[in-house]
Structure formats: structure tokens, C-alpha cells
Design a protein around this ligand. Structure first.
Ligand SMILES: C[S@@+](CC[C@H](N)C(=O)[O-])C[C@H]1O[C@@H](n2cnc3c(N)ncnc32)[C@H](O)[C@@H]1O
Length: 202
């Protein structure tokens, strides 16, 4: 799988120049996720990503598709949730402070990347975006409702992409009531998590 994805992706000039460190960090899944999202929602130009981690998907959406992206994450274990509990040490994800420098080194257009620390998100003046996405974070490690303040400020055209399990989604009936599932795809390599492409019903 890895080989096929890389062969398909590498003709894109931006990806050819990715440094080796990027290839180490989830490259193939980031490529698949970024291209899948842009294929499903090709008009996407503005994105909010909740729990971006090392921001591989956002980097590709920025470099290959010119997207402007608002990234929400942080380093403080007290602000982060893992498996519906407060995260202890998550050193493997502790790249938040280095992320601006790292993304610049990868070749991102930094004028189109914004960093929002988790505790400041509720008071941050987010724009209306085309897509709110969260991979293995919102809805997976903590409930979708944690970011309700963000969803309610968007408009009818905003689309949503979450990786969650069917079981988790059923636990939040309010969200099945508020969101309409436009399509669902299984996640490559993790059978229980699905990609839910959704729109708000409001
Ligand atoms: C399993 S990682 C996934 C990272 C990345 N999206 C990926 O797929 O590689 C979960 C991420 O969610 C972040 N996170 C945890 N609690 C959060 C919260 N309340 N708000 C935003 N991000 C959070 C963690 O810091 C971590 O980067």
C-alpha cells in the first residue's frame, strides 16, 4: 500500500521535495487522507483541523492545494485527552512548539497556517471555513461535543470530516441528529475507525 500511494503521490512536485523527516512521519497515511478529503470536497480552501498532531495532512493540503489552515493542538498534557481521559505524557506528539519551524522547513506557505493552543480555542475568532477535519482526535479521544462552540459558528456550507468508530458515533446521538453523513469510508489499516464525511443539518 505504502509503495502504491507514494508512486501515485510523488509526481506532485511539492511532494518530491519533502525532506526525509516528513517521510518518516505518517507520510503515506497523510497523503491518502489529504488527497481523499480534497477529492470528496474539491472546493475546499479554508480548513480548521482539530488535534492536528504532527500536521502531515495539513501540510499536504497547504502545499499541494494552497489551503489556508487553522491548526488546533497543544503540548500541555492537562489540555489533552487520550482515550476519553486526560493525557499523561504524549511525547511522541509533543511537536507543537516546533511545528511552525518544521512546517516551514517542509515548504508550507506559513502565511496560510495558523496555530491555536487548545485552551485558547473557545475564545479564538475562527473564520467560516469550508472544512473542519479531525483525524483520530475529536470524536475519537474525546467527544465531538467538546468542539460544539466551533461547529455552531459555521454555516450550512461547511463540511466535516472525522475519523471515529460507529460505536462512538452512536454514543453521541445528538451529533447524528445534527449532522448528515454524506459518505463513509473505512480507514486504511484500522478496521474499526471510519472516515465520516458530514454536513450540518441546521
Ligand atoms: C492520536 S493523535 C492524532 C494526531 C493526528 N491528527 C494524526 O492523525 O496523526 C491525537 C491528537 O489530539 C490532540 N488532542 C488531545 N486532546 C485535544 C483537545 N482537547 N483538543 C485538540 N486536540 C487535542 C493530541 O495532542 C494529539 O495530537
Amino acid at each position: 500500500m505504502e509503495k502504491i500511494v507514494q508512486q501515485q503521490a510523488y509526481p506532485f512536485k511539492h511532494l518530491v521535495n519533502f525532506p526525509q523527516e516528513f517521510e518518516r512521519v505518517y507520510t503515506w497515511s497523510s497523503v491518502v487522507e489529504a488527497y481523499q478529503a480534497m477529492k470528496v470536497y474539491p472546493e475546499t480552501r479554508k480548513i480548521i483541523e482539530i488535534g492536528c498532531g504532527q500536521a502531515g495532512v495539513a501540510a499536504i493540503q497547504n502545499m499541494s492545494f494552497g489551503c489556508e489552515i487553522w491548526l488546533i493542538d497543544g503540548n500541555n498534557p492537562g489540555d489533552r485527552t487520550f482515550g476519553y481521559e486526560h493525557a499523561g505524557s504524549m511525547e511522541h506528539y509533543s511537536t507543537w512548539h516546533d511545528l511552525p519551524e518544521t512546517m516551514e522547513r517542509w515548504g508550507c506557505d506559513m502565511s496560510k497556517i495558523h496555530f491555536i493552543d487548545i485552551p485558547t480555542a473557545p475564545s479564538y475568532d475562527f473564520p467560516i471555513v469550508d472544512l473542519i477535519q479531525s483525524f483520530r482526535s475529536c470524536g475519537y479521544h474525546y467527544p465531538l461535543s467538546a468542539y460544539e462552540f466551533l461547529f455552531t459558528k459555521q454555516n450550512n456550507d461547511t463540511r466535516y470530516l472525522f475519523t471515529i468508530t460507529d460505536k462512538q458515533l452512536k454514543k453521541e446521538p445528538g451529533y447524528l441528529k445534527d449532522f448528515e453523513i454524506e459518505s463513509k469510508q473505512p480507514q486504511i489499516g484500522a478496521t474499526k475507525i471510519n472516515y465520516y464525511y458530514m454536513r450540518s443539518k441546521k
